[in-house]
Design a protein around this ligand. Sequence first.
Ligand code: FE
Length: 204
Amino acid sequence: MSISLLPLPYADTALEPAISATTLQTHHGKHHKAYVDKTNAAIEGSDLAGKSLEEIVAAAEAKADKGLFNNSAQVWNHGFYWHSLSPEAQTPAGDLAAAIDASFGSFDALKTELATQGAAHFASGWVWLVAKGGKLSVEQTHDAATFSSVGGIPLLIIDLWEHAYYIDYKNLRPDYLKQVIEGRLNWTFAAENLSRGSVWAYPA
Ligand code: FE
């Protein structure tokens, strides 16, 4: 069994105007698909064929197979990113809201931290909300680095690669971050990750 291109969990117009259909079609149908295709080509006929994506990422990391790691980790990051986005504006509730207040002081302070770290990140990478060591934190990773680098339980992720925003915002990454953080983050998904207490599994 090969790794699948996870379907978008909403229509490609659903995130407009924050993220255009053109961006989603390219980002999912070209970029994410290319990572899936390269991962499948690399594992075909090997002992990794039929393994879960998380096992493939771990094996690639263990044997320092940078090509397989980069492609398989990017498959995971993009699947997690599609689920981290929501067509409707949401606000955190329940245990997640309490954890945000305890760790950042307020939801507004968390949003500012995501925007600040996301804008300051140099070159390609990701900004994450993570539950780790009994609290929540905002973390950054470079290039394809994934859940194994951030540690803890990832709750949400935002893509900082230029392909995530360049069609809609040109070079203005802070404008993309503002639109996503203010109105397109899936706090229900974040709460599910927090309450499960284990790393999200990319669907087989
Ligand atoms: Fe991307």
